[in-house]
Ligand binder design. Structure first.
Ligand code: HEM
Length: 322
């Protein structure tokens, strides 16, 4: 009798745990939308094969989503009734590729209406975009639900800036449960993509407000960048990892080690012994652990502040709350 009582208590506990501690899991839609991964991959491949440079902003979009209110698709929402959303914040104004998310969503709404969240779609698209340009792949636990709130000032406040030093970066990442290793590994995302001159021009023209340069940046590199980026240039964009900005590889660490990281936040990785050791450990491509590490840190980042169970909603259109 006592055993029976204990067993039923155990079953009740398990039920409670399952109901209230629902997390994200690989294969979450296996009964409700079994083709979700194939559909997202096909859509992403359709766009990336025509425009491989879209991979970078799609990866960045997932990062910007997760760092503000957790990975809840809030970066995808348009402003409503004159209230500006995360999308309108300065760092998000250079995001591109929303059409890929919308296309995947409409394909999924045909196959399994009202089932797959926009935040899950974004996590899958970011993974597929990276792997389609010969980067690593990783399992994406699913089951996120979409948030209903998106506020411009939260994005301005919570996203790291290219001017941040190591301590600030460590605090920002740490606040979200990401450690120093995640910081140096995820910064490796800068192996692809482009940056506006204004994100780093103070390092070349006015580092401490006295018309000086950042002593932590290679002078030859500064001179080369100055040809492309004139002072107060707000339109020009440059490759972040020149020569291989379309391919996901370990070149970012080679650049950082040569003091050619574009942002002060990239250079900051040389100012701490743990992150510096990691940068130097990635220089021999055959000994690099970057691909494996990147997948692991992306899985961790993808779990920040997720909404599950009955929280939030499954949006019908990714740019609008229901
Ligand atoms: C460590 C803190 C980080 C800072 C301060 C930072 C800052 C920036 C800045 C300023 C840009 C250029 C924006 C522009 O001028 O157009 C950029 C681009 C980019 N970032 Fe980061 N980032 C950080 C971490 C990350 C992470 C964690 C990822 C992804 C895992 C990432 C992926 C990218 C990509 C792919 C681009 C290129 C986007 C494009 O080509 O449109 N960044 N980042």
């Amino acid at each position: 009798m006592a055993t029976l009582k204990f067993l039923s208590f155990l079953i009740l506990q398990l039920f409670v745990v399952a109901k209230y501690c629902e997390g994200v899991e690989v294969g979450y839609y296996k009964k409700t939308c079994p083709n979700v991964e194939a559909i997202v991959k096909e859509t992403t491949a359709h766009y990336i094969s025509r425009a491989p440079t879209l991979a970078a902003p799609l990866l960045r979009m997932h990062f910007h989503d997760c760092f503000v209110r957790g990975c809840d698709g809030s970066v995808l929402l348009n402003s409503t009734k004159g209230k500006q959303a995360e999308k309108d914040a300065i760092p998000n104004q250079s995001l591109r590729g929303f059409q890929v998310i919308d296309a995947a969503k409409s394909a999924l709404e045909k196959e399994c209406p009202g089932t797959v969240s926009c935040s899950d779609i974004l996590a899958l698209v970011a993974r597929d975009a990276v792997s389609l340009i010969n980067g690593p792949t990783w399992p994406v636990p699913l089951g996120r639900r979409d948030g209903r709130v998106s506020i411009l000032s939260e994005a301005s406040k919570n996203l790291p800036t290219p001017f941040d030093n190591f301590t600030t970066l460590k605090t920002t990442f740490g606040f979200l449960g990401l450690n120093v290793k995640d910081l140096v590994v995820l910064s490796g995302g800068h192996t692809i993509g482009m940056s506006h001159c204004f994100s780093f021009s103070s390092r070349m023209y006015n580092f401490t407000g006295k018309g000086d340069m950042d002593p932590n940046m290679d002078i030859n590199y500064i001179n080369r960048l100055k040809i492309k980026c004139k002072p107060n240039d707000v339109t020009t964009i440059v490759e972040m990892d020149p020569g291989s900005f379309k391919s996901f590889d370990t070149d970012y660490y080679t650049m950082v080690a040569k003091r050619r990281g574009l942002f002060a936040s990239d250079a900051a990785l040389l100012s701490n012994s743990q992150t510096k050791d990691y940068v130097l450990s990635q220089l021999k491509p055959h000994a690099s652990t970057f691909f494996k590490d990147f997948g692991e840190s992306m899985m961790k980042m993808g779990k920040i502040g997720v909404l599950t169970g009955k929280a939030g909603e499954i949006r019908k259109h990714c740019a609008f709350r229901n």
